[in-house]
Design a protein around this ligand. Structure first.
Ligand code: FAD
Ligand code: 3HM
Length: 382
């Protein structure tokens, strides 16, 4: 480390921590990234990313590798009680689907190649406003910048006494990665475009939903949604007979899902009184967990990681805390509005009406955190 080189300690090697680590290292910082688990791997199944995070991946030099095993479905189709209510082609909107392991591996490789020191099996227990990090093994470390990217149960956040408002929604979801079985699905429904994302909502009588998301040529992400109050609908492993009766056109892929243990995840939104304290900043689910309706939790995590790295690098070394406060002031509103919209869609279940990706709803998806003029352009638009 040179005399002027600044140092960051980051808690959590999820999408937020990996992005921040790579972005800082590429700006000349020395970076140590701590992951509590012994293995560096992604939980969950598939994921949708939009322009905001795809721009960040491009600037990190990771987009080429990502695209090698990702896809851009021809349309986002919505069906309610098996009638097609919309097929949104999303012309001019940048979005892609992929598996979580692929996104995670791509970011791990990018972080390593950028010079990040990745430490698995290292649990952070807290931090202080002046940049000291404490670990479960009793050791401590000092940094010019500490980032809490340690998820919805963040130890960094809780050690510093941030106030957390947590709202739970009535629905939740179980996620699976299964083989595509394209020929079998086509045999059941030859007229369906099985490369589309298809959002199947059953709204008459019992509310159940399957979000069908092809992640690449071989792998399919399916998410099974039911109200938390529906014990049979939310049980894991899934009740195969129930789901096949409700969604007969998906019978082969539901059969595969039924062989996986699965975990039912209730939707929640967390909002904090502030995202920074001294030279500590929170990003990702540690700062702003959100309902998945708009598929933007990781997208916001990655865009905030990028802009944080940029703001901290620009900061005067004597006033990192002030620079972080200013970063939150200018960047946070995009995430706040996304959380509100995503929670509204989740609570109202109004995505079942189709045509949901239009107008203001796409604001965060189309925000470019890598554009140096982004805030000037906003001012002009007002
Ligand atoms: P996490 O992924 O939770 O990572 C935190 C990391 O920190 C973990 O590796 C954890 O092991 C580690 N850690 C925790 N505590 C410590 C500690 N004390 N010390 C060291 N390490 C620690 N977002 C999208 O953009 N698109 C989607 O399509 C999408 N779909 C979703 C579907 C569902 C059903 C859900 C629930 C969420 C979805 N999201 C989506 C949101 C997205 O998954 C999250 O917002 C994102 O993964 C958060 O990333 P993170 O890095 O902040 O947190
Ligand atoms: C990609 C995606 N989109 C929406 C939801 C949802 O509304 O639960 C979940 C997802 O993984």
């Amino acid at each position: 480390m040179s005399a002027q080189q600044r140092h960051a300690e980051i808690s959590g090697a999820g999408f937020a921590g990996l992005t921040a680590a790579a972005a800082l290292a590429q700006r000349g910082w020395s970076v140590r990234l701590h992951e509590r688990s012994d293995e560096l791997r992604a939980e969950g199944a598939g994921i949708v990313l939009w322009g905001n995070s795809l721009k960040v991946l491009q600037r990190l030099g990771a987009l080429h590798d990502l695209k090698a095993r990702a896809m851009r479905p021809p349309a986002y189709e919505t069906r309610t009680d098996n009638a097609i209510v919309s097929q949104e082609r999303l012309e001019g909107v940048d979005w892609m689907t992929m598996t979580r392991p692929h996104l995670h591996e791509t970011l791990v490789r990018t972080a390593r190649e950028s010079g990040v020191e990745l430490v698995a099996g290292s649990e952070v227990t807290g931090a202080t406003a002046d940049g000291t990090v404490t670990f479960a093994d009793g050791s401590t470390a000092e940094a010019d910048l500490v980032i809490g990217a340690d998820g919805v149960g963040s130890a960094v956040r809780d050690s510093l006494g941030f106030q957390v408002d947590r709202q739970r929604s009535r629905d939740g979801i179980t996620r699976f990665l299964v083989p595509r079985r394209k020929a079998e699905l086509a045999a059941l429904e030859p007229d369906t475009e099985w490369d589309n994302v298809i959002d199947f909502w059953n709204m008459s009588g019992r509310v159940l939903r399957v979000l069908y998301t092809p992640a690449n040529d071989d792998e399919l992400y399916i998410a099974l949604m039911s109200p938390a109050a529906d014990a049979q609908g939310s049980q894991v492993p899934i009740d195969l007979a129930l789901w096949q009766q409700e969604f007969p056109q998906l019978a082969p892929v539901l059969e595969d899902a039924a062989t996986i243990a699965g975990r039912y995840y209730g939707y929640q939104t967390t909002r904090l009184d502030r995202w920074t304290e001294g030279s500590v900043a929170l990003i990702g689910d540690a700062a702003h967990a959100m309902c998945p309706a708009l598929a933007q939790g990781a997208g916001c995590a990655m865009m905030n990681a990028w802009t944080l790295a940029e703001a901290a690098t620009r900061a005067d070394a004597t006033d990192v805390a002030g620079a972080l406060v200013e970063w939150e002031r200018v960047e946070r509103p995009f995430t706040d509005r996304c959380q509100d919209r995503s929670q509204h869609y989740a609570d109202s279940r109004s995505m079942s009406q189709g045509g949901q990706f239009a107008g203001d709803i796409l604001e965060t998806a189309q925000y470019d955190p890598t554009d140096a003029r982004r805030h000037d352009l906003q001012e002009v638009a007002r």
